[in-house]
Design a protein around this ligand. Structure first.
Ligand code: BGC
Length: 356
């Protein structure tokens, strides 16, 4: 009798455990967040914001950084898929390298949101959350145009160009946005690119790395500006490349030339914001990662609850398999004149973080 009772209790306990497993299993509301690297400030902020906001919305989060290594990102994604994530939020290292792992996601019914960078040639991408990348570029181009007064000053002015990683679809949008503004001035001779380096592949920076930008720029300075010729502007697509340019100029230009060029950037990284305050970088395009995270959480929520996510663009981002419905957040120009309102009043940074 006692034994029968014991086995009945055991069976009941097993059934209860089974039901609990179905309903509250941590995997049923698990979201995988895959970020490219910890070495660039912005992705740490993106990861933190995503995790914080997803957890606040009740989701369990598996957040991974892939050390800018494609194989690492692929294996982290495999683990997320096999570990029961229902949605993957991915900022890809190389937008062209995730096709196979995303086929697995699709097979298992896992939905994918491309975060900030579009994932190419995969039909497994449900949504794309990003900033208006073309607008980032036009804002940089317009800044150079206005700072040099290209429409009224006689010129000519010397400019050099530097953009991002060729495997990042964004880099092409940034560059073409900027060049659509600047190219007419190059064509008319008002802007001169002394190095002659103007096509995307030549001005690209592998891995968006500061060091690579710096090396290329060292060579540009010594070949074209070492004779004392002034460089008037450098159109840099983001802050990590702008930092490389600034380092090169500090080493081989400052002190031997009568000016300091206009330098553009993007992200408002701390080091670059300090450079703006010190007059070494003219602008950066601010992309509030909190806003992007909030939009992405809305997308995750819509997918999880079977609804439709907010999107505001259904024409721009074709990933080779069709248009990916997107939400484009708006980038903002940040300079020494508005960084306090933009970055400190909005509590993106504290005043102390911007002290050298
Ligand atoms: C992002 C930029 C960032 C760059 C390098 C791009 O995809 O949109 O904000 O500066 O990658 O990480």
């Amino acid at each position: 009798m006692k034994r029968k009772l014991l086995s009945l209790v055991l069976v009941l306990a097993m059934v209860a455990a089974l039901f609990a497993g179905c309903g509250s299993s941590s995997s049923s509301n698990k979201v995988g967040v895959s970020m490219p690297t910890k070495t660039l400030q912005r992705w740490n902020q993106d990861g933190d914001n995503m995790k914080k906001q997803l957890e606040a919305a009740g989701y369990t989060v598996d957040l991974q950084y892939a050390d800018d290594d494609i194989a690492t990102q692929v294996s982290q994604l495999e683990n997320m898929i096999n570990g029961g994530c229902k949605v993957l939020v991915i900022a890809s290292i190389d937008g062209n390298s995730l096709g196979t792992v995303l086929d697995l996601a699709k097979e298992k019914g896992v939905k994918v949101i491309a975060y900030d960078r579009l994932i190419m040639n995969s039909d497994a991408v449900t949504y794309y959350a990003t900033f208006d990348n073309y607008m980032v570029g036009t804002k940089q181009g317009e800044f150079v145009r206005d700072a040099l007064k290209l429409d009224s000053a006689a010129g000519p002015f010397n400019i050099e160009l530097i953009t991002g990683d060729p495997g990042d679809n964004n880099a092409r949008f940034f560059f073409s946005g900027a060049m659509d503004v600047l190219q007419p001035y190059i064509d008319s001779g008002k802007l001169v690119v002394k190095s002659g380096q103007t096509d995307f592949d030549t001005v690209a920076t592998a891995g968006w790395k500061t060091e690579n930008a710096q090396n290329r720029f060292d060579a540009i300075i010594s070949a074209n500006y070492a004779d004392g010729t002034n460089l008037d502007a450098v159109m840099c697509s983001n802050d990590s490349t702008a930092l490389g340019v600034t380092n090169a100029l500090e080493a081989n230009y400052e002190g031997t030339h009568s000016n300091w060029p206009v330098i553009t950037g993007q992200d408002c990284d701390i080091a670059n914001t300090i450079n703006m305050i010190e007059g070494k970088q003219s602008m950066s395009v601010f992309k509030d990662t909190r806003t992007l995270a909030a939009k992405t959480v809305e997308m995750v929520d819509a997918i999880m609850k079977g609804g439709k996510a907010p999107i505001n663009d259904e024409k721009t981002y074709d990933n080779g398999k069709g248009i990916v419905p997107s939400y484009l957040c708006e980038p903002v120009v940040c300079t020494v004149d508005n960084y306090k309102e933009t970055l400190i009043d909005s509590q993106y940074y504290t005043e102390d973080q911007l002290k050298k």
